[in-house]
Design a protein. Structure first.
Length: 237
């Protein structure tokens, strides 16, 4: 677990997930894959099950409140030279230099995890809200690249595991939502991306990704640690 961009480095090449790179640019982080891979996400642009090779985390000001973030993202990505047919785009107001990155090798898989976090719009699921604002850009954005093979249902299972880990980190940090004064379970606009190599180098197809599985355990630990670090340091210089 580290925050390599805080030391002035704008480029990060992990020791796992061969060919994957992360680059910090002026207004976004770009995670690039040398090949188009299967991804499942709640992204603003290119969400759902898609095939992509570029994953963009675009920084906007806290005052950003647009009725058409998809249009904004597609315009920015096209300007920056990313293919709209093979890109996934997220929006955040968090400090990109404080992105937390962690990587690991496991039981017939490797995982790279990157999280950016801002909690100004922290919320707790299950409580009634008195208003439902338009898109806000506080946001905890987590990107998981998994070098391995998984079923589609296991990818969905991984979203559950990652969400549980995020919530555990927030509660251990004592992050509160302001409307009811309760511990937060997330923010109102969190996003997650799970990208998967489906490489034939691995003979096992992971059918599950809950916390009792090796791959789910890896996902939960990495999401917990990166959310914890990025939230804990979000207001540091």
């Amino acid at each position: 677990m580290s925050q390599p961009f805080r030391s002035g480095h704008g480029f990060y090449r992990p020791s796992v997930c061969e060919g994957i790179t992360l680059e910090l640019r002026e207004d976004h982080i770009a995670l690039r894959s040398p090949e188009v891979v299967l991804a499942l996400s709640s992204a603003v642009y290119g969400g759902g099950f898609v095939y992509a090779d570029s994953f963009i985390n675009w920084k906007v000001p806290l005052t950003y409140n647009c009725s058409d973030p998809v249009k904004d993202l597609s315009f920015i990505m096209e300007q920056q030279g990313y293919s709209l047919n093979s890109s996934v785009g997220l929006i955040t107001a968090a400090n990109l230099t404080h992105a937390s990155i962690m990587e690991t090798d496991g039981d017939r898989f490797s995982i790279l995890c990157c999280t950016t976090a801002g909690t100004t719009n922290a919320a707790r699921a299950g409580l009634r809200r008195s208003f439902f604002p338009a898109y806000e850009a506080g946001t905890i954005n987590t990107f998981l690249f998994i070098d391995g093979r998984m079923t589609s249902s296991a990818m969905v299972n991984a979203v559950i595991t990652a969400t549980e880990a995020k919530t555990a980190a927030l509660q251990d940090l004592g992050i509160m939502e302001t409307m009811h004064g309760r511990l937060a379970t997330g923010t109102t606009t969190d996003s997650i991306v799970i990208a998967l190599s489906q490489s034939n180098r691995y003979d096992e197809l992971h059918a599950y990704a809950g916390t009792a599985t090796t791959i789910g355990d890896g996902i939960s630990r990495m999401v917990y640690e990166t959310v914890h670090e990025s939230v804990r340091t979000q207001n540091e210089g």
